[in-house]
Ligand binder design. Structure first.
Ligand code: FES
Ligand SMILES: [Fe+2]
Length: 427
């Protein structure tokens, strides 16, 4: 459990809160590329960390992420005109470039220099494989964009979905760190391969280790005959977890994995961005299966208002929840806690070890940030911008020595460079 004060510290993310200011020090997913697909297309509303923003792609293809409300008298720029390298407010015609400069104030007298003293909030962006990332922290502190493996592959090897979650970001994030729920929440009454592995041992043991990107979370299930089913997830500080999703290739290696990121919309809603990749093939509709359950405005079709389309007959005969897809399972489990769960009311067991470790890490890091102003786990040295050690995967191994099985899963990029021959082929 957390005290009420600790719970407040990690869950509140508006500007000026400790956790909110810390999250603003990282590149975070802001919107999907296809929300603003072409130059001069209509802008998109984006709400992040309690801030109402508008995103647009200008005539030259540059992306702007500005305060939504016009610097003049607050009208929403979402209704504005995206024209000739700028977004123009339709109330009195003020026009902004992607850096927030005011290019024109046509309702002011001719020759006015008023606009030269005006600038609206504008955040730097970076577009990578279908996602537009934003940096919302102080200028002069912008970190390098980490060279994650999914960011290195061709765009058609990458896929992304976005879904609106009706709860605080921490609830979704904690679900990703919690391997034991795989054996229960996601249980289907079959013995096909993945389900058989989940069901081999419903009470996994956990190991955790601190790394330069956050934490490595290892769930170990007894698979019989001195074998262990090992799942490695990686907590990428502050808001993302890489999870082993995919199928094995001919060499027995997982063909890619997914990164699930939870970004606060405000303190009681969040965006779930799932991005995945395939090392050696283009993506298929099957990989992006979640799109079938996500409707307009990224609202899930099964949701709290319709009880996630739960089918009680299915629950008796087919699977644990009576809900069809994993996204509904996870959303039901985390949203039904309430919009912002009071963790002083819970009762944690051994199965919660990974969640406890992640919370402890977040609390430690946010306190350090309060004391020193320094954000942890940033990539600032181009020589050390290698991320293959953040890999998420699973395997059934002899014994329990997963370190020996995956020697490239080091704690730091520096160590990874020293064992780089151990990185599996295919990069
Ligand atoms: S409110 Fe936007 S130009 Fe006046
Ligand atoms: Fe899940």
């Amino acid at each position: 459990m957390l005290t009420k004060e600790q719970n407040e510290l990690v869950t509140r993310t508006s500007a000026g809160t400790p956790m909110g200011d810390l999250i603003r020090r990282y590149w975070i997913p802001a919107l999907m590329s296809d929300e603003i697909p072409t130059p001069d297309c209509p802008p998109a509303q984006v709400k992040l960390l309690g801030e109402e923003l508008v995103a647009f792609r200008d005539t030259n293809g540059r992306i702007g992420l500005l305060a939504e409300h016009c610097h003049h008298r607050g009208t929403s720029l979402f209704y504005g005109r995206n024209e000739e390298c700028g977004l123009r407010c339709v109330y009195h015609g003020w026009k902004y470039d992607v850096e927030g400069n005011v290019l024109d104030t046509p309702a002011e007298p001719a020759g006015s220099t008023f606009k030269d003293r005006m600038k609206t909030t504008a955040y730097p962006t970076k577009e990578v494989n279908g996602i537009i990332f934003a940096y919302m922290g102080p200028q002069g502190k912008i970190p390098l964009f980490p060279n994650y493996e999914w960011a290195q592959v061709a765009a058609d090897h990458c896929y992304v979905t976005k879904a609106y979650q009706e709860c605080n970001y921490m609830q979704g994030l904690e679900g990703e760190c919690d391997s034991s729920h795989l054996s229960w929440l996601h249980r289907a009454f079959t013995s096909e391969t993945d389900q058989r592995l989940y069901q081999t041992d419903g009470a996994p043991a956990y190991e955790t280790e601190e790394t330069d990107f956050g934490l490595r979370l290892i769930a170990l299930r007894d698979a019989g005959e001195d074998q262990t089913y090992v799942r490695v997830s990686t907590y990428l500080f502050p808001c993302a977890v890489a999870v082993p999703v995919g199928t094995k290739d001919a060499s027995g290696r997982l063909d890619g994995y997914e990164v699930h990121t939870y970004i606060p919309v405000d303190d009681t809603h969040s965006w779930r961005f799932d991005f995945g990749f395939k090392r050696a093939r283009t993506v298929t509709d099957k990989d992006v299966h979640r799109r079938q359950v996500i409707g307009p405005n990224f609202r899930r079709i099964p949701n709290a208002a319709n009880h996630y389309l739960q089918d009680r007959e299915m629950q008796r005969t087919k699977n644990f929840t009576g809900m069809v897809d994993f996204l509904s399972h996870d959303s039901m489990a985390t949203e039904s806690m309430g919009a912002l769960f009071d963790r002083s009311q819970e009762h944690l067991g051994l199965s919660d070890k990974a969640v406890i470790t992640v919370r402890r890490h977040m609390l430690d890091k946010v306190k350090e940030f309060q004391d020193t102003g320094e954000a942890p786990h940033l990539v600032t040295d181009p020589e050390l911008n290698v991320m293959d050690h953040t890999e998420s995967t699973y395997d059934v191994i002899d014994g329990r020595d997963w370190h020996a099985h995956w020697p490239h899963m080091t704690s730091t990029a520096q160590e990874l460079l020293s064992v780089k021959d151990a990185v599996p082929a295919g990069r």
